[in-house]
Design a protein. Structure first.
Length: 311
């Protein structure tokens, strides 16, 4: 631990920049402990806390801007890529969409304080067409609040954190083993959670676009359900003809008021592994409806050359 403390005292700003940049790019490594150490270092070095705050904010903005432009250029496809390289479950896409629908740009302010929102909020903002100037302004506010809170906490509780560091230092190599074990447990838990969610998603019955179209052409009693998040600031754009919209953020007794009691409900979304559509179909089954999922969502429907209508 003495070596770690010495290295941080010499290269603290570089450590802050790398830790924040890697986490915001999607690496499953928390940067908050590094920011807390920066606050501790700031208690003994004039101006260090302020410099660490500036470096952390700039690093977060750089990573977030990269993901924003990726979302702007590649659309929702970048979210599927993020779900493959990130340990966060695919359901985080649904949580981000719902947050944008309810809170709008305020999502960018709170994202870094909510696990799972931080990495997906910037590319989703780009995919939803948020103006770059608006994104940069609100994301700067969110990044500054997050970095400032962590550095300030380290500065305020520097004595307690320093005592913990000294205690770990007295343990010698045992401390390193404890830290590595804690990191291993954290990563293992995240991987297990991801595996459990993916297994649950993969087990749900799905229909391809051609199969759904065949049911419609045969006159079967089919109710198409669009579960993408929507709001006045985040309109749907286009949808499958005749589809009804179901708000996953407002599920309850009134959510299906005026809906048919019979027929087969087929849900769809625009998210990795149909996560939102599966959740909606599970809820519909709990309400006594027959429900299945459109495999690949509206993207698969569009790629199959099937018709859409204005949302």
């Amino acid at each position: 631990m003495d070596l770690l403390t010495d290295l941080f005292s010499r290269h603290g700003l570089l450590a802050v920049a790398l830790a924040v940049l890697l986490e915001q790019l999607g690496a499953p490594l928390p940067s908050t402990p590094v920011l807390l150490l920066a606050g501790v270092e700031g208690a003994t070095r004039d101006g260090f806390a302020l410099r660490a705050f500036a470096v952390a904010t700039l690093a977060a903005m750089s990573a977030n801007a990269s993901w924003f432009w990726a979302g702007r250029r590649l659309g929702r496809r970048v979210l599927a890529t993020l779900c493959r390289i990130s340990i966060s479950p695919d359901s985080c896409v649904r949580q981000n969409e719902a947050s944008f629908a309810r809170r709008g740009v305020l999502t960018l302010v709170i994202a870094k304080f909510v696990p799972g929102l931080s990495i997906l909020a910037p590319p989703l903002a780009g995919a939803l067409g948020m103006p770059a100037r608006r994104f940069l302004g609100w994301n700067l506010l969110g990044s500054a609040l997050w970095a400032g809170a962590a550095v300030l906490a380290g500065r305020v509780f520097h004595a307690q954190i320093d005592a913990v560091m000294r205690a770990l230092g007295n343990l010698g190599s045992v401390a390193l083993a404890v830290v590595l074990a804690a990191l291993g447990v954290y990563l293992g838990w995240r991987l297990w959670r991801r595996f459990r969610v993916r297994r649950e998603l993969s087990r749900f019955e799905r229909l391809g676009p051609g199969e759904v179209m065949g049911l419609l052409e045969r006159g079967c009693d089919v109710v198409l359900v669009d579960v993408r998040a929507a709001s006045p600031d985040m309109p749907l754009g286009s949808r499958i003809p005749g589809a009804r919209h179901l708000d996953l953020g407002a599920l309850g007794d009134a959510a299906l008021a005026g809906w048919p009691q019979a027929g087969e409900f087929i849900t769809y979304c625009a998210c990795p592994n149909d996560a939102s559509a599966v959740r909606a179909a599970q809820w519909l089954k709990q309400q006594g409806r027959q429900a299945r999922v459109l495999r690949g969502g509206i993207d698969a429907w569009t790629q199959a050359g099937l018709a859409l209508e204005p949302g």
